[in-house]
Ligand binder design. Structure first.
Ligand code: MN
Length: 599
């Protein structure tokens, strides 16, 4: 009897879904010996947001994490999630970067690559899938599950056939939002298994509480493998619990053969680990059936709530939830997963807050409507498309088709800061952040001692300055330690602090006279020609200079909010008379950013 296979995702998706991807390598390594003994088919340990969180928050080398896990888990396949042509970044990379990235991942220890595209446009995964095969590794083709009038059973079965024809070694049904229901799952699994004789995996989130039932129906319908997380990291926006599923199918035809006692010991370990990260817990990770109503995945919900809070508009969240399905329909029903979830979510916020749908259209929505992300699952709204991109032609080819090889350009750009091909790939994924990370590493600011002169270094030291203290927020107690101060530059200064032993970087902006003065010049926009933004965000580009002549409707600034870019346009014809912002400035709605004198 063939055993039911299990992929445990505690080290990747579970903490991404519950703790903002903050688990550190040092909390993974001590339990690896036990995890390696379990006999999981694979362990998902990398990809998704882990690479980003390593570089952005944890100041860990993501490649080094992979190498350490490889060493600590010699008997278990290591698995990663890869966003096709986007890899682990947020744009389409040229094919040579995709090939290099896959090859480097394989060389550093990756065995199984789950490759997906947010729009299920398989042209966006073909290069990555081939690269995985060329390395002799396991290429798992992915179907992003969603519901819409065009996402029929036939469509998903056809996609499974296309993935098989592409050379997939197995197929995953990726239910990232927890939209599957038990009987839909049964139907889907049955149809795919009947038509495509490849191992089939079900990856489903317990967002609505239905995932364990869905897995049971999937198993009965012939699925070969399930994705689970150790119980202390399971449930809610995470996954069905490993131990519960193992127990559920024990002594049946679907027995996993895994040792429940060993799993329980592993759970005891992770129970303690989770406590360390309590400040990253969120109310939006709890089980909630609303995803079955509004299709807004948990991760997206917390992002939206944060953004609206910042705007003092949390009371509008219901309207935003109502707007999301409408925007999704206008865009041809994309599945809501990175990056389409951000694209749809942010545009919905703009539509609600401005009170005028598509008055502001983000650059990403424009790019999407130009075909820049691939082919939408269904026709987009023609009127919106015209409004967003005018008469520009829509790209019919694979989005990365026209991209020139860029590996050597990237290598040249980052220069001495990169000591390896892997370093260049860090820079490729996150140009600003990656560069800053490599710079800090070169300056010795990322050594464990520099980041965290922990107890050993500070304990017992008599100092007149308090560098360690406890704070209480809403009854929760936090240990805070100031562990380093960065150079003062451009009016900003970085502090490295640790919160309950975890390093965090804080950018501190002292209000000096210059800035007070600068702030005071940014008055409230009250009349035409005083350009302001409608959302709080950062200035990422200034497109004009004082003295330029400009026409109404032409862009003057690009801002970034919620990871999406928006052009701010001139509202009158005239001459630029004053610019009150610099690249990188944080701005709030209503402030005068640029002034135009009408002629
Ligand atoms: Mn997932």
């Amino acid at each position: 009897m063939k055993k039911l296979e299990v992929t445990d995702v505690t080290l990747r998706d579970a903490h991404q879904s519950l703790l903002a991807t903050r688990m550190r390598t040092e909390d993974m390594l001590p339990i690896c010996e036990k995890m390696d003994k379990v006999g999981f088919w694979s362990l998902e340990v990398w990809g998704g947001a882990t690479f980003d969180a390593c570089v952005r928050f944890l100041k860990e080398d993501p490649w080094d994490r992979l190498r350490q896990l490889r060493k600590a888990l010699p008997n278990t396949r290591l698995q990663m999630l890869l966003r096709g042509q986007n890899l682990l970044g947020y744009r389409h990379y040229a094919d040579d970067v995709v090939q290099e990235f896959v090859q480097a991942s394989a060389e550093n220890g990756m065995d199984v690559f789950r490759v997906f595209d947010a729009l299920n446009d398989l042209r966006n995964i073909e290069v990555a899938m081939k690269a995985v095969k060329d390395c002799g590794k396991h290429a798992q083709g992915t179907i992003c599950y969603t519901t819409s009038p065009v996402h029929t059973l036939d469509l998903f079965v056809q996609q499974a056939k296309d993935l098989r024809d592409m050379g997939a070694d197995s197929i995953a049904i990726k239910d990232m939002a927890g939209l599957l229901t038990p009987y839909k799952t049964q139907e889907l699994v049955k149809s795919i298994k009947y038509n495509v004789k490849l191992p089939l995996v079900i990856h489903s989130h317990s967002t609505s509480g239905l995932a364990p039932l869905c897995q049971m129906k999937a198993i009965e319908a012939g699925v070969d493998r399930i994705d689970t997380a150790i119980s202390s990291f399971a449930g809610g926006t995470s996954h069905p619990a490993t131990e519960a599923q193992v127990a559920a199918f024990k002594d049946t035809d679907y027995d996993t053969g895994l040792d429940l006692e060993l799993l329980s010991e592993i759970n005891d370990y992770f129970k303690e680990v989770r406590k360390k990260y309590h400040q990253f817990e969120s109310e939006f990770t709890k089980e909630d059936i609303s995803v079955q109503i509004n299709q807004v995945p948990g991760g997206m919900m917390s992002n939206l709530a944060n953004q609206l809070k910042e705007q003092n508009a949390l009371d509008k969240i219901k309207e935003v939830f109502d707007e999301i399905p409408k925007v999704r329909k206008d865009l041809g029903f994309p599945p809501l997963v990175t990056p389409s979830s951000q694209i749809v979510g942010t545009q919905s916020v703009y539509n609600v807050l401005s009170g005028d749908r598509y008055k502001t259209i983000t650059n990403e929505v424009k790019r999407y409507l130009q075909g820049g992300y691939g082919k939408p699952p269904s026709d987009v709204d023609a009127e919106l498309q015209k409004k967003a991109i005018g008469n520009q032609s829509v790209m019919e080819s694979r989005p990365a088709e026209g991209l020139e090889p860029e590996m050597s350009k990237l290598t040249h750009e980052i220069g001495d800061l990169a000591e390896s091909k892997e370093d260049v790939l860090i820079y490729a994924m996150f140009p600003d952040l990656g560069k800053e990370y490599l710079q800090q590493r070169k300056e010795g600011k990322l050594t464990p001692e520099a980041l965290l002169p922990p107890e050993a270094a500070t304990k017992g030291k008599v100092s007149s300055t308090a560098t360690e203290f406890k704070i209480d927020v809403h009854g929760e107690s936090y240990d805070v330690a100031i562990t380093g101060v960065g150079e003062s530059g451009s009016g900003k200064r970085k502090f490295y602090i640790s919160l309950d032993g975890m390093p965090e970087e804080v950018v501190f902006e002292p209000l000096n006279e210059y800035q007070n003065e600068k702030k005071s010049t940014r008055g409230k926009a009250t009349k035409p020609g005083q350009i302001s933004s409608t959302m709080p965000g950062n200035i990422i580009s200034i497109l004009v200079k004082v003295g330029d002549t400009i026409k109404a409707g032409e862009p003057v600034l690009i801002t970034e909010a919620m990871k999406m870019e928006t052009e701010i346009n001139a509202d009158i014809d005239g001459e630029i008379s004053d610019i009150h912002v610099e690249k990188g400035d944080r701005v709030t709605p209503g402030e005068i950013l640029i002034e135009i004198n009408s002629k």
